[in-house]
Ligand binder design. Structure first.
Ligand code: F6R
Length: 244
């Protein structure tokens, strides 16, 4: 628990940077699972800053993003492709071939195979070293909405009404928010060797309390993280305020 989201974000950025450097020393790749949304923005700002100061290279980094709306054209201002470019990828020296973001621009008949291939790609690079997460008001991680199972894999899902309402202002109205998304599964996330879930602000305090102290259940997918052996919740004091 940190006093504010700024110091919390710096600690997460430092942890990611340390992993990247350690892997560099070992001549290996660092495999990062990345999230979008408002929560990780400051972490990305710090990573960009480290790079600009000449302290961190991303040449040995491979990334997999958690999710993308469906349907969604990669060039759309609403796409997570655009988000990641704006906040991170356009400002660092990562190899474009090492970036993976679920493609929201597929035909229905292509989706299943695409999702299986996404899982294969993660496996083929040795799995995720660190997965960073935000949390939705529904308790979703990635876009694994209530009802998602512990072993779920990358797939097309239907977004919860609450999630679509939360995204409505970005899309200038709920009716414009896509009804579906492609997301890594809970099982995909649980496969990461380290998980860091971040949450800021009082609005997240109730769901954080349920995720950390509540019974493990499908109706709050973030509770599954209680099963993980190496998972940190990094919170500001407001997000932690309902913990007992
Ligand atoms: C984003 C994602 C979502 C968000 C969550 C919180 O890639 O997977 O689970 O992390 O909806 O969103 P913010 O950070 O905007 O509160």
């Amino acid at each position: 628990i940190h006093l504010d989201s700024n110091t919390a974000s710096l600690s997460v950025a430092n942890e990611i940077a340390s992993l990247i450097k350690l892997k560099q020393e070992e001549g290996k790749k660092a495999v990062l699972g990345l999230a979008t949304g408002s929560t990780p923005i400051k972490v990305y700002e710090y990573l960009v800053q480290f790079h600009k100061e000449g302290r961190l290279s991303f040449k040995n980094v491979i990334t997999f993003n958690l999710d993308e709306y469906f349907p969604m054209e990669p060039g759309s201002i609403h796409s997570y492709v655009r988000f990641m470019k704006e906040h991170l990828f356009d400002h660092i020296d990562i190899e474009p071939d090492n970036i993976h973001i679920p493609n929201g621009d597929l035909g229905m008949e292509e989706v299943r195979k695409y999702c299986e291939d996404y899982e294969e790609k993660i496996k083929n690079v040795g799995g995720l070293d660190i997965q960073i997460l935000g949390i939705g008001r529904t308790g979703h991680i990635g876009f694994n909405e209530p009802g998602s199972t512990l072993n779920s894999k990358t797939r097309l899902i239907r977004l919860d009404r609450v999630t679509r309402l939360d995204a409505a202002s970005d899309f200038f109205g709920e009716e414009n928010v896509p009804k579906r998304a492609i997301t890594m599964g809970v099982g995909t996330i649980m496969g990461a060797r380290k998980i860091i879930l971040m949450a800021w602000g009082e609005g997240k305090s109730n769901i954080i309390q349920q995720a950390v102290e509540g019974k493990i259940k499908e109706s709050v997918p973030a509770t599954f993280l209680q099963h993980h052996e190496n998972c940190d919740f990094v919170l500001d004091s407001a997000a932690a305020s309902s913990l007992t």
